[in-house]
Write a protein of this length. Structure first.
Length: 269
């Protein structure tokens, strides 16, 4: 499966129209084929994550960004379904607290990065500081605009020091967002996720699209590239994300640690 077509080429000017949100090009057969692949990747991820944990020489940071209802929570739930919670941690980034706002914007982020053998998934991230912050004018442009460079440098430092970074932008269409928001209103088991503020955010759809486009253009780097995941079809989104993570872990040359000398052949009485 050639997911490289969804990777944002570093330095390129992004046109989101290149990756239609309802596309499923790599699984033309549709949902049934997709679910079969998804199960295969989940089994593989289960094995690889255990090996990654045991190997204990790498750190993996998965950054997920998307507009409201874009599928951040669902992706995490489905893709990490079979992994061991002892080695996988989700770090959500909400509206910063007073304490967090009293520091630079990377302070709370740096505190959550993975340790050796650990996979950490960021549900939102430091990218909010060039997204919601930009769209709502929470800091002046001259300040947030410098953040693209800070972020690239920060991620480079993490990578130089042994962290691997996978960045995923879940791309849904405006129609799909309407359906998902409506679903949240209509379904009692989903209503807890809905705030009236989500409607005001939806009105800023175009502003968010511009902010995402510039983010993707400026912060897809050789050391931490972005992938744009067509995400209207949840099954396709899950297949692509699973595939990207499996491929990343397979590329690390993971191995079981050397056991203590003289263990082989011991008979336990
Ligand atoms: P949710 O993901 O629905 O739980 O909502 C989290 C909220 O926190 C979203 O409205 C984000 O826009 C907001 N948020 C996250 N990071 C920041 C940030 N750095 N500055 C302002 N708001 C943020
Ligand atoms: Mg929300």
């Amino acid at each position: 499966m050639d997911v490289e077509r969804y990777r944002v080429v570093p330095g390129s000017a992004v046109d989101l129209g290149q990756w239609p949100p309802d596309g499923h090009d790599l699984v033309p057969g549709g949902k049934d084929d997709g679910e079969e692949l998804h199960n295969e990747y989940n089994d593989r991820l289960e094995q690889l994550q255990e090996l990654f944990f045991a190997d204990n020489r790498h750190r993996l940071l998965v950054i997920i960004q998307a507009i409201d209802t874009g599928g951040k929570d669902g992706t995490i739930r489905h893709v990490f379904d079979k992994t061991n919670p002892a080695g996988v941690r989700v770090a959500p980034f909400k509206k910063p607290s007073t304490e967090e706002l009293a520091h630079d914007y990377l302070w709370r982020v740096h505190a959550e990065v993975p340790r050796d053998g650990e996979i950490v998934v960021f549900n939102r991230s430091h990218y909010e500081d060039v997204l919601v912050v930009r769209v709502h004018d929470l800091v002046p442009e001259e300040r947030w605009h410098k953040r693209y460079d800070h972020i690239n440098d920060f991620e480079r430092m993490l990578v130089d020091e042994g962290t691997h970074i996978v960045k995923l932008f879940l791309n849904i269409s405006k129609d799909e967002q309407r359906e998902r928001l409506q679903d949240r209103v209509d379904r009692p088991d989903k209503r807890w996720k809905f705030n009236k503020g989500d409607l005001a955010e939806r009105k800023l759809w175009n502003e968010y699209q511009s902010a995402y486009t510039e983010m993707l253009s400026r912060t897809s780097t050789d050391w931490a590239p972005w992938y744009v995941i067509p995400a209207d079809r949840k099954w396709y989104r899950n297949v692509l994300v699973g595939h990207i993570l499996v491929t990343k872990l397979e590329s690390l040359g993971l191995s079981w640690p050397q056991p203590e000398e003289g263990i082989k052949g011991i008979v336990v009485e």
